[in-house]
Design a protein around this ligand. Structure first.
Ligand code: ATP
Length: 370
């Protein structure tokens, strides 16, 4: 086990594509870090550079106290699990799991012990003689995990290992990966484009966009305090509702967010947390509301006068929740915006599209919505 440090890491492909720019990440010993972002943001490239499968254009990679930039992949003591599993079709489960150990000429007896122990943990002990084609998707995925685990590497690298599984199996395997990583305590970097996986698995989550790290922190911190509109829109499902609005203050010093035909009272706590907002009175700002922070109509009426006029145009019953879609007379905000929120949360130059916005609210099935 070891700390993994990426410093100023960059990658430009031969055709000029910049896949990763100046990536700084300090992944602690035993930590589970999830690298997340939309397709093409450079997360796989970053992982492959750590694995030694891709050359580095700039920066350094350190594993423990060793800079590994020029160390060949097989000598880096990392194990990678690929999206495709990359199992050998002609080898049975035992030999697939044992492959890396056999290659290293480990004594047969020790190989046998290690493979059987890992197979027991992954519930593959009854399938050791089978070929990959005779396994289910979930079992194949576990063989791929087993091959990484059996080597007891310093670092696990996982590239979307669950994306070929159906939704139910994905949830099961997610829990299994979390337990395995916790029990083994191996420093892990896990790449996904799925923010739910990122939030549930990561001790910390690093969000990337177009090769650039946007924010890194514990999942709840990203959820509660996104640094920019991109992170605000990316983290959370359904996503945060983001609207352009105007900030106003009334005679009693209460702040309001004005939409085209509605006014929402801004809680004093928001102003206390972000005092810079006071400087935006009379200017355009971006309003972000998490779906679960909308209250049902019966509550809104007797609260502080905030009122959003809308007629729900779609209700999705999820069993545990109702997702209600409300068209409102306001402009959506630009979730491509990566400017920092703390100082410059104004949206003066956000182009105003000529359409309204649909807000999504998450309510209890017992809510009164009318
Ligand atoms: P996905 O989730 O779709 O796998 P990603 O975030 O992992 O995406 P990368 O695969 O790292 O992204 O790709 C980052 C950028 O680098 C993309 O624009 C991609 O087209 C480009 N890229 C990847 N491999 C190469 C290559 N061999 N040559 C040129 N450009 C490449």
């Amino acid at each position: 086990m070891a700390e993994l440090v990426l410093a100023g890491l960059g990658k430009a492909y031969g055709d000029g594509t910049r896949a990763v720019t100046n990536l700084d990440l300090d992944i602690h010993d035993g930590e589970f870090l999830v690298l997340v972002g939309p397709s093409g943001c450079g997360k796989t490239t970053a992982l492959r550079m750590v694995a030694g499968l891709e050359s580095i254009s700039e920066g350094t990679i350190r594993i423990g106290d060793r800079v590994v930039n020029d160390v060949p992949s097989r000598d880096r003591d990392v194990a990678m699990v690929f999206q495709s599993y990359a199992l050998y079709p002609h080898l049975n489960v035992f030999d697939n799991i044992a492959f890396g150990l056999t290659l290293r000429k480990m004594p047969k007896k020790e190989i046998e012990q290690r493979v059987r122990r890992v197979a027991r943990v992954l519930e593959l002990a009854d399938h050791l003689d089978r070929k990959p084609r005779n396994l289910s998707g979930g079992q194949r995925q576990r063989v791929a995990m087993g091959r990484a685990m059996v080597r007891a590497p310093q670092v696990f690298l996982m590239d979307e290992p669950l994306s070929n599984l159906d939704a139910k199996l994905r949830v099961q395997m997610r829990a299994q990966i979390a337990r395995m990583q916790r029990d083994l305590g191996v420093t892990t970097v896990y790449v996904t484009h799925d923010q739910t996986e990122a939030m549930t698995l990561g001790d910390r989550v690093a969000v990337m966009k177009r090769g650039v790290l946007q924010q890194v922190g514990p999942p709840q911190e990203l959820y509660d305090r996104p640094v920019n509109l991109f992170v605000a829109g990316f983290i959370g499902s359904p996503g945060m509702n983001l609207l352009t609005a105007r900030l106003d203050v009334d005679g009693e010093g209460r702040h309001w967010v004005m939409l085209n035909s509605d006014a929402l009272r801004l809680p004093d706590s928001v102003l206390r947390e972000r005092p810079a907002l006071a400087g935006y009175v009379g200017r355009d700002v971006v309003l972000g509301i998490r779906p679960e922070d909308m209250e049902d109509a019966s509550l809104v009426e007797d609260s502080d006068g905030s009122l959003l006029h809308s007629v729900a145009d779609l209700v999705e019953a999820m069993g545990s929740d109702l997702l209600v879609h409300f068209p409102v007379d306001a402009e959506p905000a630009d979730t491509d915006d990566t400017r920092a929120l703390a100082e410059d949360s104004g949206a003066d130059d956000v182009p105003a599209p000529d359409k309204g916005t649909v807000l999504v609210g998450r309510f209890s099935p017992r809510s009164r919505i009318y």
